[in-house]
Design a protein around this ligand. Structure first.
Ligand SMILES: *[C@@H]1O[C@H](CO)[C@@H](O)[C@H](O)[C@H]1NC(C)=O
Ligand SMILES: *[C@@H]1O[C@H](CO)[C@@H](O)[C@H](O)[C@H]1NC(C)=O
Ligand SMILES: *[C@@H]1O[C@H](CO)[C@@H](O)[C@H](O)[C@H]1NC(C)=O
Ligand SMILES: *[C@@H]1O[C@H](CO)[C@@H](O)[C@H](O)[C@H]1NC(C)=O
Ligand SMILES: *[C@@H]1O[C@H](CO)[C@@H](O)[C@H](O)[C@H]1NC(C)=O
Length: 470
């Protein structure tokens, strides 16, 4: 049962480009820091939330046009900037990060601000929760008089445990928090896998067994659904399953961040519990990610030496140039989560480092566009700029180069190893048990947007699934 892939993009030689804007030297920390700093600077040209009259924490929107970013991606960006501070020691953005996270926390301090209700997905909250955890794990000081970084993440966790839906498909959470939003019928991997990672990280930071138990409960449910599929050569982690259909089948799409969130959650659990089962599972997910997103070839023809199984590629959308703004950022998370996994499961570090090095070098071949001649596109396997640029493209390059700067001084902190973010296990409030009863019916026009647009956009793509397991 091999996946049949029909992707028609031409392959372009991946020789080090003579006219690359960046001359990245992976054996020099100075070189890597310098490149990372420019990538971050260019990413932040999209952010105006700290200017007078703008809303802190938001990227350009609303999403009626091409140049717009959903709320979640801003949260992800601030997380990447926390990582940036760790990687480089450059704290220029720390003030902006703190302001944004505190401004968007919402009235219940659980990343559920009313302005975002009409799009609010479990996964959207998770990315803001991850950013808060990045801050706690990196030792970014809590803001005096405001909820701690840890408490913000605990509040997201507390909110989401009430969304556990045992009545339908045996458990898990629906993608959308509110039933009036498109996608409420789906249970998707990034929402459930996002909660899994959130619980695992809270478990390791606090040592509280309740978080371990929830992470296990979530993993057990996911692994028992069709979201996880074993074929003879690998583990597939598919995107979503439909409650309207009793979750008897799945959307056959694969995304880097879905593998990444499972991988990192397993790594945190292994590091905390030292239970080898989690390391074995992580290794299996990593193997699936390597086989799926570090291809030898883009189109099923004989292996292409320019790829060599070493360049991270968003196979579902890059070769056909159909990635949306959400999807253009996904590789950033896999890169970061692979790097952290290498720290938390040291036996996996050598193979992870090898892939992150080749991918970072390849990414530089794509950072040759835009007015400044160094904006990054998506197709790292090509040395011809793909004509695209944006927050996601910058974030992926930033994240993959930055990941090569990770060292033993940057292991995620815990309360026992110097983490000072204050714990509040009862932070925030619980989600209403029937959240759809709490809000008035909204109009069809309001339904246009919906969380991370993996699903809806993909439905509209010509030909549907590129990856089919027959
Ligand atoms: C906004 O943040 C950018 C960094 O992204 C910084 O260069 C700029 O000075 C800040 N502006 C204000 C008004 O704080
Ligand atoms: C919500 O929207 C209003 C109106 O645009 C704005 O003034 C406010 O700052 C927003 N709040 C957040 C948390 O984004
Ligand atoms: C390790 O974790 C697995 C999966 O949760 C569990 O079945 C097993 O009992 C655990 N082993 C130990 C020694 O705790
Ligand atoms: C957990 O991570 C730390 C930091 O990298 C590492 O030293 C330690 O060996 C890891 N624990 C296990 C059980 O591998
Ligand atoms: C552990 O977390 C649970 C769930 O949030 C909470 O009820 C409990 O009080 C916490 N225990 C400690 C010792 O903090």
């Amino acid at each position: 049962m091999k996946p049949s892939i029909s992707i028609l993009a031409p392959l372009v030689a991946l020789a080090p480009s003579a006219h690359a804007a960046y001359q990245l030297n992976l054996d020099s920390r100075d070189s890597m820091k310098q490149v990372t700093s420019l990538l971050a600077h260019d990413m932040m040209t999209y952010y105006q939330g700290n200017l007078t009259g703008q809303t802190p924490g938001l990227l350009p929107g609303p999403c009626a046009s091409d140049l717009c970013y959903y709320w979640w991606e801003a949260g992800a960006m601030f997380g990447a900037l926390v990582n940036y501070w760790q990687y480089t020691g450059d704290d220029s953005y720390n003030q902006v990060i703190s302001e944004a996270l505190q401004f968007q926390k919402g009235p219940e301090a659980n990343f559920n601000p009313p302005n975002q209700s009409k799009n609010m997905g479990v996964d959207d909250q998770d990315f803001w929760g991850f950013a808060a955890l990045d801050a706690a794990e990196a030792g970014l000081p809590d803001v005096p008089g405001q909820p701690s970084w840890l408490a913000l993440a605990q509040a997201v966790f507390n909110f989401q445990t009430n969304l556990w839906d045992a009545k339908v498909c045996g458990g898990g959470m629906r993608w959308q928090v509110y039933s009036f939003n498109a996608g409420y019928n789906l249970k998707n991997t990034i929402s459930n896998g996002g909660f899994f990672q959130l619980a695992a990280r809270l478990a390791r930071y606090t040592g509280n067994q309740t978080y371990v138990d929830w992470a296990e409960k979530m993993y057990d449910w996911m692994a028992g659904t069709h979201l996880f599929q074993e074929t003879e050569d690998r583990l597939w982690i598919w995107d979503n399953t439909d409650t309207n259909n009793g979750c008897i089948d799945v959307e056959h799409h694969v995304w880097t961040y879905n593998y990444g969130t499972m991988l990192s959650g397993m790594a945190y659990l292994y590091n905390l519990t030292e239970n080898a089962t989690w390391a074995t599972r992580a290794s299996h997910v990593l193997d699936g990610a390597f086989k799926t997103f570090f291809p030898d070839t883009l189109d099923g023809t004989p292996p292409d030496s320019n790829l060599g199984g070493n360049v991270m590629t968003e196979m579902q959308c890059e070769p056909t140039s159909v990635c949306n703004n959400d999807q253009s950022s996904f590789k950033a998370y896999l890169a970061r989560w692979m790097a952290v996994t290498g720290q938390l499961i040291p036996s996996l570090q050598p193979q992870i480092t090898a892939k992150l090095r080749t991918s970072a070098q390849a990414a530089m071949n794509q950072c040759i566009g835009g007015d400044n001649g160094r904006m990054c596109g998506r197709q790292w396997y090509s040395s011809v700029w793909d004509g695209s640029s944006g927050v996601g493209q910058q974030m992926t390059a930033l994240s993959v180069v930055g990941a090569n700067l990770i060292d033993s001084s940057m292991v995620p902190l815990t309360a026992d190893t110097g983490g000072k973010s204050a714990s509040d296990p009862n932070a925030g409030t619980s989600a209403p048990i029937f959240p759809h009863d709490e809000f008035p019916e909204i109009t069809t026009a309001d339904r246009a947007g919906a969380g991370i647009l993996t699903v809806l956009v993909v439905f509209g793509m010509a030909g549907g699934a590129y990856w089919l397991v027959s």
